[in-house]
Design a protein around this ligand. Structure first.
Ligand code: NFS
Length: 648
């Protein structure tokens, strides 16, 4: 129970051939990556893994023996339930803080743009800006776009520190869910306040009751999902344009042997949008040519990749566990990083190649790499400077050491809560009716959000793919974000043609009629807020439940790694979406906490967690869950039983 690392002796380190080849190449060069470092860490500390190590005060660290039948207590008297609930709450608050601090930056960029202080930015979706202004109760009519942008930016910035009331977008949730939040005292107030309160309550000697702690963690997670993350998504759409379906390519093979390759990595699109723009400028392309390259390739890793993919169609080099491998191709001139999911290990890897790693955020520096401070007042100039520097570095590339795995795949991305279901309804009839009808008629079993990271504790991409393959076969429409989305894109599941290969008959019929892929890329991890809004729209459309918790929907993060994923898991559950999660957060050492998260919490929020390591059982669990929701709603039986659906 202690070690959740999956041992699949027959499964290689990754389901992705590009990753396997690049990793083998790195090994041949005797370079270590996350996999080797993880291996060297074995055995993992079981106390820590179970959530039974408490480092909160300086009398400890205290550790509770998981096998003891006695009621062992730490020095202050905290037992296993308090300790694991506090550790869990701190993980959630760190995750919520990360998403939300990102959102705060977007608010500032919008305000600075409105005031003419940000170079190269503009309001790209004024219609969405006006809709938001009306929703926030601001006067929009006749107000110039920039004035409105400043007011909307300021109003949402207030959500971080408001002294009374609740975060604005919490009122978007279906009424029944809002009432649950009121009953559980979990309606998010100000974003910063919820993070601070988590830190306060988990300080030594404050909240010792596991349920009370977890309800606060839920309030903090909801301040992320319906606050920070939703603000980031909405304002990034306003600034950079709302995504539309577009085609691009994904995997390490998007790096080119003859171009200057620049990889952007991290989470915030503010600088990478400018890099994407500058990389298209004739002058910059000419500069790269003058340095002996055929042009410039700008590609992304992690959620920065998802952001510029969704809006600019920029290619994606890979997901979380591919960041070091991108460098070990020997073909990356510059890796530009901002915040989150950037392994310090890239600095060590870059030393073996000509690659320059550049940190750009004042919040995130890495010893031994250069820092170019991002400043939105000179954003475009900084972007050009970085690209010129990369072009200069092209001459230092050693062609004999270049080893780019020849794998890349087509994908369609750019789906949102607003545009996706317009496709289902046809160009002239944007509504969720066709989706709800498809579910009611039994053509679709339901919808699953497959999200989250990669982890060295599970074979890379393998769990995502195994779960999604089975769900598609069972006529479940899959929506994705984050590194899970990149995993499925690499495997070819995000093209309209993929429906023929993977989808059950009902889902295939819908994909064929609409031209949609069976797996929809909805963006970065902050864009999980799009999934919350899609669920809200399904409730509003009617016929499949009055509450998100009644919908035939589910969520899964089967290769979770970051604290952000734990925050997302908790806000999904607290929003009424039952969520499968692996590896489990560090709560397995407390029976009470475990039973609450996987059972009792359903009374408070209408949904629960399921901690399940086996992808086949995850998929089977989700299908059974969707069927139970369908039965409770008395929906028609599925039109095409899976075993007759003729999946190839
Ligand atoms: Ni989400 Fe995106 Fe990936 Fe996990 Fe990291 S990149 S914010 S945290 S690893 S999915």
């Amino acid at each position: 129970m202690a070690d959740q690392t999956d041992n699949h002796p027959r499964i290689p380190i990754s389901a992705d051939p590009a990753t396997r080849e690049a990793h083998q190449h790195a090994r041949d060069l005797e370079l270590s990556t996350a996999w080797e470092r993880h291996e060297a860490m074995q055995p993992l500390c079981a106390f820590g893994d179970l959530g039974l190590c408490c480092t909160i005060c300086y009398m400890g660290p205290c550790r509770i023996d998981p096998f003891s039948q006695e009621d062992i207590r730490g020095a202050c008297g905290a037992g296993r339930d308090t300790i694991s609930a506090r550790n869990f709450t701190r993980a959630v608050s760190a995750g919520a803080a990360a998403h939300s601090d990102h959102a705060r930056g977007v608010c500032h960029t919008l305000i600075d743009t409105a005031q003419g202080k940000a170079q190269g930015y503009q309001v790209s979706d004024p219609a969405k800006l006006r809709r938001l202004a009306v929703e926030l109760g601001l006067k929009a009519e006749g107000v110039p776009v920039n004035d409105l942008a400043a007011r909307v930016g300021q109003e949402l910035l207030n959500d971080f520190g408001r002294s009374e009331g609740f975060v604005h977008f919490a009122s978007r949730a279906p009424q029944a869910q809002q009432e649950r939040w009121t009953r559980a005292a979990s309606t998010p107030r100000a974003v910063d306040r919820e993070v601070v309160e988590c830190m306060h309550r988990t300080h030594e000697g404050v909240d010792a009751d596991y349920r009370s702690l977890i309800l606060q963690a839920a309030r903090c997670a909801l301040a992320d999902g319906w606050g920070g993350s939703m603000i980031a998504t909405e304002l990034q759409d306003v600034l950079f344009g709302s995504p539309r379906p577009l085609r691009s390519r994904v995997n390490l093979g998007v790096l080119q042997a003859d171009t200057v390759n620049v990889v952007v990595h991290g989470h915030e699109p503010v600088l990478s949008e400018m890099l994407a723009r500058a990389a298209r400028e004739t002058e910059i392309i000419e500069y790269a040519r003058s340095r002996g390259a055929a042009g410039i390739t700008l590609a992304g890793i992690c959620c920065t990749a998802n952001e510029i993919l969704m809006r600019q169609g920029m290619p994606v080099a890979g997901n979380f566990l591919q960041q070091e491998l991108a460098i070990s191709t020997g073909a990356v001139e510059t890796m530009v990083v901002d915040v989150q999911c950037v392994m310090p290990g890239i600095a060590g890897m870059a030393k073996h190649f000509h690659t320059h790693v550049i940190t750009t955020s004042e919040k995130a520096r890495i010893p031994g790499v250069s820092h170019v401070q991002f400043d939105e007042r000179k954003a475009l100039d900084i972007a050009r400077q970085i690209l010129r520097g990369a072009a200069d570095n092209f001459r230092r590339r050693d062609p004999a050491r270049v080893n780019i795995p020849p794998h890349s795949m087509d994908l369609v991305a750019g789906f949102t809560a607003e545009n996706t279901f317009h496709h289902l309804g046809g160009t002239f009839r944007g509504s969720y009716r066709p989706l709800n009808d498809g579910i009611m008629a039994g053509r679709l079993r339901g919808v699953a959000g497959v999200v989250g990271c990669n982890t060295v504790r599970a074979p890379h991409d393998y769990h995502h793919l195994a779960v999604v393959r089975e769900l598609l076969k069972q006529d479940v429409l899959v929506v994705e974000t984050g590194c899970a989305a990149i995993a499925c894109a690499k495997a070819g599941m995000m093209t309209p043609e993929a429906a023929m290969e993977y989808a059950g008959r009902g889902l295939r019929e819908i994909c064929q009629a609409t031209g949609l892929p069976p797996v929809l890329h909805m963006g970065s991890c902050v864009d999980n807020s799009r999934i919350l809004m899609a669920c809200t729209e399904m409730v509003r459309e009617g016929g499949i439940g009055d509450d998100i918790s009644q919908l035939p929907v589910a969520a899964v993060a089967a290769e979770a790694m970051s604290e952000k994923a734990v925050a997302i898991g908790l806000y999904a559950v607290a929003s009424g979406i039952t969520t499968w999660f692996h590896p489990a957060p560090r709560v397995l050492g407390s029976r009470a906490v475990l039973e609450y998260l996987t059972g009792g919490i359903e009374k408070d929020f209408g949904a629960r967690w399921v901690f399940e390591p086996d992808p086949a059982r995850i998929a089977a669990g989700i299908v059974a869950h969707l069927d139970a929701k369908r039965a409770a709603l008395k929906l028609a039986p599925m039109l095409y039983p899976a075993d007759l659906a003729g999946v190839a």
